[in-house]
Design a protein around this ligand. Sequence first.
Ligand SMILES: Cc1cc2nc3c(=O)[nH]c(=O)nc-3n(C[C@H](O)[C@H](O)[C@H](O)COP(=O)(O)O)c2cc1C
Length: 246
Amino acid sequence: MSDTEQSKPETGHAERHDGRWAPIHGQPYRSVPYRPARMAAAESLAHAAELRERMDQRRTVRQFSTDPVPPQVVRDAIACAATAPSGAHQQPWTFVLVQDPDIRRRIREAAEHEEQISYDGRLGEEWLAALRPLGTDEVKPHLTDAPALIVVFQQRYWLGDDGTKHKHYYVDESVGIAVGMLLSALHLSGLAALVHTPSPMRFLSEVLGRPENEKAFAVVPVGYPAPDCEVPDLVRKSLDQVLVEV
Ligand SMILES: Cc1cc2nc3c(=O)[nH]c(=O)nc-3n(C[C@H](O)[C@H](O)[C@H](O)COP(=O)(O)O)c2cc1C
């Protein structure tokens, strides 16, 4: 690396016009023109209707084929997720793409250990009753069958060069939106996924060696559904039930 080149910092920084990275925190307002071409209403309607139908076909998959997926499709989906809006543009997320079978095995072992305790009573009867229609239990073969796991971490704060902790704002909301965009991108690219939240998730930081400002948010196994895959028979609320127009 030459004297003038910098490696990309973890977070809280933006690339300046001269190609260097600087903390965005506290920088003055600057703007650039934004003039996307306006879509004709008819085209817009057609896109919206098609997208609505395709998104309605997305299902959470828990039985995966072990067939490999093109890693670049997964990387592109992560890149889509990383375009998400975030509180104060702090982009408080890290996506760890795990393909190594040994690391997936260690994640499965640790997750099943936590899930066993959860299903044995930690969750409580009300929570277990909510899960019953999903048919889930403490056995999590998707963690080793799916060829890729995306472990999403939220960055609770970022560290300045002098070690000062700087708060991130609206971290849960920002990372939730990014994961929604990740799921959409994976689905629209032909891959199946699951949001898995084996609580507590501290083991993910240990297995993946993540820094202390990061907290695991979810594990997202990615792959193709197994040939005999089944999903719970669930009904989504209708638009009438979720939309209020005033
Ligand atoms: C925040 C969040 C956490 C979830 N955690 C789990 C989980 O730990 N295990 C699991 O099998 N599914 C989990 N799910 C998947 C939901 O059960 C699933 O999205 C829901 O049943 C609706 O099914 P669908 O995605 O096929 O529409 C989670 C989903 C979300 C959004």
